[in-house]
Write a protein that binds this ligand. Structure first.
Ligand code: NDP
Ligand code: GDR
Length: 350
């Protein structure tokens, strides 16, 4: 039986990847952080399966900032594949906790690579790199050869992660790969990321439980894909003989504004925009109510205005293609949040 270790198993991607690997017959080990409240809601259904004897998921306490813990776990588990998904993953928050973000997202990667090297275990390594590396884009669309220009402490930390993976691959022959993943979303997306923030607000507004959605830069453009498609590519990257780096994206770019409009359209609300910049508002065309307002708190000190990825290499070398694009993604997420409000027993995305 193959053994995988996933850091960040409680996150959006960690939960989908765990499902994928369990379905493939892996024994899956995951690192979780101790918290004062439960933080395993995305994988609780898998834990339940285990109690009933159906699955092989084993959780361990740990943290990306604790080398001795990571060394001990890797030595004890002896995984054949390690997926490093753990990170302080919120770009705006990284401006407020830059040092911690560097500890977890940059040095954390080094800690794991070094543990693999020092223990000498035969483990393949996946690093959750990001389109945020491109930041102020130098070329459209972005490919594996587009130069990086990170625009946040998060992206700068991830830049270190990217290069230390490449360096350990070239220096010590480690089977280590970077997935340069563009934004990917799902009904399990964290509630402070823009897509989920929008779909939750739209669901609540349509049910009369919220009046207004407060937004930052709605003119930002992103290449949004579907998280279950993207975790499949993480696995594919570790099945190839030679490690490599890949862009994973849909090659479609849309504004945050379009995401808002499409999500409201799903509940039959047409938005009309009035005013400019921070004074702009979105009104419900039928009632005249203001349902979207700008709020300075959500603007970033430095913004990534646009990202568009070209996943040709992933298709050419590994046969990967996205199955869900923008329109369907907005539908899946909006419907997921409507269902969550209407059915208290509904478990997101299961
Ligand atoms: P989430 O924010 O949903 O999950 C992050 C995970 O990392 C959680 O399990 C979290 O634990 C864990 N974590 C955070 N800090 C630490 C730490 N110090 N030690 C141990 N675990 C920690 O992220 P996603 O699932 O969306 O993303 C997965 C990875 O992919 C991240 O590295 C992210 O930066 C990267 N990425 C994501 C993209 C996306 O669009 N989703 C695109 C490109 C890259 P807890 O639950 O306790 O908070
Ligand atoms: P991003 O995702 O920064 O691309 O990082 P996020 O959804 O946070 O922002 C996308 C864009 O929307 C704009 N925006 C807002 N964002 C949030 N969160 N809240 C708002 O109210 C709001 N209003 C406008 C942002 O300014 C931005 O331009 C995500 C994370 O998952 C990273 O970990 C990952 O590496 C990248 O995607 C690829």
């Amino acid at each position: 039986m193959k053994k995988a270790l996933i850091t960040g198993i409680t996150g959006q991607d960690g939960s989908y990847l765990t499902e994928l690997l369990l379905a493939k017959g892996y024994e899956v080990h995951g690192i979780i952080r101790r918290a004062s409240t439960f933080n395993t809601h995305r994988i609780d259904h898998l834990y339940q399966d285990q109690l009933e004897g159906h699955s092989q998921m084993i959780l361990h306490y740990g943290d990306m900032t604790d080398s001795s813990n990571l060394n001990r776990l890797i030595e004890k588990i002896q995984p054949s594949e390690i997926y490093n998904l753990a990170a302080q993953s919120h770009v705006q928050v990284s401006f407020e906790v830059p040092e911690y973000t560097a500890e977890a997202d940059a040095i954390g990667v080094l800690r794991i690579l070094d543990a693999i090297k020092e223990t000498g275990i035969d483990a393949r390594f996946y690093q959750a790199s990001t389109s945020e590396l491109y930041g102020q884009v130098m070329e459209v669309p972005q490919t594996e050869t587009t130069p990086f220009y990170p625009r946040s402490p998060y992206a700068v930390a991830k830049l270190y992660g990217f290069w230390i993976v490449k360096n350990y691959r070239e220096s010590y022959g480690l089977h280590a790969s970077n997935g340069i993943l563009f934004n990917h979303e799902s009904p399990r997306r964290g509630e402070t990321f823009v897509t989920r923030k929008i779909t939750m607000a739209v669901a609540r507004i349509s049910r009369g439980q919220q009046k207004c959605l407060y937004m930052g830069n709605i003119n930002a453009r992103r290449d949004w894909g579907y998280a279950p498609d993207y975790v499949e590519m993480m696995w594919m990257m570790l099945q190839q003989e030679t490690p490599d780096d890949y862009v994973v994206a849909t090659n479609e770019m849309h504004t945050v504004r379009e995401f808002i409009e499409k999500s409201f359209a799903r509940v039959d609300i047409e938005i009309v925009w009035e005013g400019e910049e921070v004074n702009e508002v979105g009104k419900n065309k039928a009632t005249g109510d203001i349902v979207v307002r700008m709020d300075e708190r959500y603007y970033r000190p430095c913004e990534v205005e646009q990202l568009l990825g070209d996943p040709s290499k992933a298709k050419r070398q590994l046969g990967w293609e996205p199955t869900v694009k923008f329109e369907e993604l907005v539908q899946i997420m909006t419907d997921g949040d409507l269902r969550l409000l209407d059915d208290p027993n509904y478990e997101v995305g299961f």
